[in-house]
Design a protein around this ligand. Structure first.
Ligand SMILES: Nc1ncnc2c1ncn2[C@@H]1O[C@H](COP(=O)(O)OP(=O)(O)OP(=O)(O)O)[C@@H](O)[C@H]1O
Ligand SMILES: [Mg+2]
Length: 272
């Protein structure tokens, strides 16, 4: 039996957080979303729903189309057909930065860009940017003290306050990935999209990263792509499974664990 199957079975142990109620408001939705790269259909008629406050995991084999779906949601890719709705409003035509302004924020592996800055400076810069004053942030003038205070609070939230004045490039990799989450939080997201936030992070550090994610405010809605089924089942209140670009199943961890199609198409082949 694969490790993924074991994790799925242990879903019965009810370690997963309670699901946001099925009655919770839908914040982000796709309807019949489609995208092909040449002859390869990577997003097939996807009807996906993300409800307020969910900790929603998107799982599926390599190449199933998970990152593509997140790129469509964030606006990095344009669908060939179908709709994306944020709080009921169609956002297909909005540029990525416009989606960020509306609270739909994804993380990027961008700490390399800020390698010579401290986390406090880069998060304060991101806060200034979110306030519409990014380019005027040169030296921490009194006018920016508020941004610096907010940055410190965000760094506290992700457990990086003690590293606030370190040089980013010398920080542990897991801490750099936490900084990426801090930079996303500086955009004041309502919906946070995380594509394998712990990829490449040593196990001990990835547990801490997930602990930090689990402790983010309840009102923040999170969509997470992750291959490690143990982490998925500890974290998620709801799970969607993609297979060959199509949504195979969507449900609570228990429902997904017992879904025969998911077992056959994903669990047997999972490398997790
Ligand atoms: N820009 C592109 N041009 C052509 N094909 C692409 C492009 N981006 C992705 N693909 C293909 O689309 C399919 C889905 O890719 P995607 O990155 O969404 O998968 P994934 O589920 O995120 O996989 P992984 O778990 O490995 O990250 C793959 O077959 C991939 O090779
Ligand atoms: Mg991917």
């Amino acid at each position: 039996m694969s490790p993924a199957s074991t994790a799925m079975q242990s879903a019965d142990a009810a370690t997963s957080p309670p699901a946001a109620g099925a009655s919770a408001r839908v914040v982000l939705e796709t309807r019949k979303l489609c995208l092909s790269f040449g002859a390869l259909q990577v997003t097939r008629n996807v009807d996906f729903q993300l409800r307020a406050g969910e900790r929603h995991a998107l799982i599926g084999s390599n190449g199933a189309g998970k990152s593509t779906l997140v790129n469509l949601l964030a606006g990095a890719l344009q669908p060939q057909s179908g709709d994306i709705l944020l709080e009921g409003e169609r956002i297909n035509k909005l540029a990525p930065f416009q989606r960020v302004r509306r609270g739909l924020v994804r993380t990027f592996q961008i700490t390399a860009l800020f390698g010579e800055m401290t986390p406090l400076d880069s998060v304060a810069l991101a806060v200034c940017q979110a306030n519409g004053a990014g380019l005027s942030f040169v030296g921490a003038s009194a006018a920016h003290a508020g941004a610096v205070d907010e940055a410190a609070e965000i760094l506290r939230t992700v457990g990086l306050l003690e590293h606030a004045r370190d040089e980013t490039r010398f920080m542990a990799y897991g801490h750099q990935r936490l900084l990426e989450i801090a930079l996303a939080l500086a955009c004041r997201p309502r919906v946070l999209l995380l594509d394998e936030p712990a990829a490449g992070v040593p196990m001990a550090e990835s547990r801490r990263l997930f602990q930090t994610l689990a402790e983010l405010p309840d009102e923040l809605t999170i969509l997470l792509i992750e291959h490690d089924m143990k982490l998925v089942f500890q974290f998620a209140s709801r799970i969607s499974v993609l297979a060959e670009g199509a949504l195979l199943a969507q449900g609570t961890p228990q429902e997904i664990a017992h879904d025969e199609r998911v077992r056959q198409s994903y669990l047997g082949h999972s490398h997790a």
